[in-house]
Design a protein. Structure first.
Length: 384
């Protein structure tokens, strides 16, 4: 998978006459090399992949983490550096940079320290942006990526069942978060053992703070689990858009549940409009349509039901990053193609309540394949 991904980058560089690409984003580094879990810039330890259009590639990484580089990584050369020794990672760049003219980097993802040093080496030559090319390469998933995507859906569904198993009157939000994390981790461990025996360094642990909100806090979209006690009649929003992360693949998946009963019947209408708006988007979702057409169907449905224009896009591409292109949003004219993976939402905003439902889908030759599943019927969302 990684060798094919790197070859795609080299081919695109040749087509665009790009001499050198400098890759520093963690997810892109994984996509092209299979290397992950290095400490990187949070610890001021950059890892840099340098790729030339003739196919030569060099991975520059701290000696501390070099044992994490996969044995079958497709790069030609690995260079290591040590904290405080010589000029650290900077020592390797001048001799590479000075040989090339048209040099591109991930302009809006590159760390400022690395970017500033590269600009010094460029001697006034422009440092161009390769992100659009990388994003386009990553839009269409390989068969191996789609296999991982489907398994990520299984992890997300296990997490939701874990949450449901503990939701109840006087249960604190953080206990729901713990339960779903444990369920997802166990499912991920099982999948790794059964289907990815060579991925011995891939952790199954769910490690992202998921969004959970309840009661009158429901409109706080990205509220994290707190010590607040969930009460009878409360709606509870559980979202796995960050924490459903298996084999580094991310998805979108969320639902609203109620504890024992729905006290405010206005919430039922708002939620049903959310479901209706997602369904409107799904009726459009297929190869050949544009991303903005999907968003338009979703937004028009919400407004036709008397709710305000949505505060968030209909959906987004997902993969080894939380957000990939294309986004299902107004103005995005990207044509959908088979192999793309999307989180597709439905929503509505009401007083003290926000209806939302979300699932993930693979674009197929004639439509889509849904990879997260849970009932959207109100009676199935009330937990007794």
């Amino acid at each position: 998978m990684f060798k094919n991904n790197l070859n795609k980058l080299v081919e695109r560089m040749k087509e665009s006459n790009i001499d050198l690409a400098v890759i520093t984003d963690d997810d892109s580094l994984y996509y092209f090399t299979g290397y992950h879990d290095f400490l990187h810039m949070d610890f001021n330890r950059p890892t840099i992949l340098i790729v030339s259009k003739d196919g030569e590639s060099t991975l520059i990484t701290p000696l501390l983490d070099v044992l994490l580089v996969p044995e079958d990584t497709p790069v030609n050369k690995i260079e290591t550096w040590n904290d405080g020794i010589g000029d650290e990672w900077r020592e390797f760049l001048p001799k590479i940079i000075n040989k090339h003219n048209k040099i591109f980097c991930e302009k809006y993802k590159i760390n400022a320290t690395v970017n500033n040093y590269l600009n010094e080496l460029m001697n006034g030559k422009p440092l161009e942006n390769i992100t659009p090319i990388v994003s386009e390469i990553r839009m269409i998933k390989s068969d191996e990526e789609l296999k991982i995507a489907r398994h990520t859906g299984e992890v997300a569904m296990a997490m939701m069942e874990g949450a449901k198993s503990v939701i109840g009157h006087n249960v604190p939000e953080y206990e729901i978060a713990i339960a779903q994390s444990q369920a997802g981790t166990r499912k991920a461990a099982q999948l790794l053992q059964d289907h990815y025996p060579k991925s011995i360094n891939m952790s199954p642990n769910i490690h992202f703070l998921s969004a959970i909100s309840s009661g009158k806090d429901l409109p706080k979209t990205h509220h994290r689990a707190s010590t607040k006690l969930v009460k009878k009649g409360d709606p509870i929003f559980v979202c796995y858009c960050g924490s459903a992360n298996f084999h580094r693949f991310k998805l979108g998946f969320d639902r609203i549940f109620w504890v024992e009963e729905v006290k405010d019947k206005n919430q039922i209408k708002a939620f049903e409009v959310a479901v209706k708006s997602q369904q409107a988007a799904l009726e459009v979702l297929r190869p050949g349509v544009t991303a903005e057409e999907v968003h338009a169907a979703y937004a028009e449905t919400i407004q036709s039901e008397g709710y305000p224009y949505p505060t968030f896009r209909c959906g987004r591409g997902t993969g080894f990053s939380f957000l990939e292109e294309p986004q299902l949003v107004v103005g995005n004219k990207t044509v959908l193609k088979p192999g793309m993976v999307f989180a597709v939402d439905g929503g509505s905003s009401a007083k003290d309540f926000r209806g939302q439902v979300g699932d993930s889908f693979i674009i197929t030759e004639d439509g889509y394949e849904q990879i997260t599943h849970h009932s959207k019927a109100i009676e199935d969302l009330i937990i007794n």
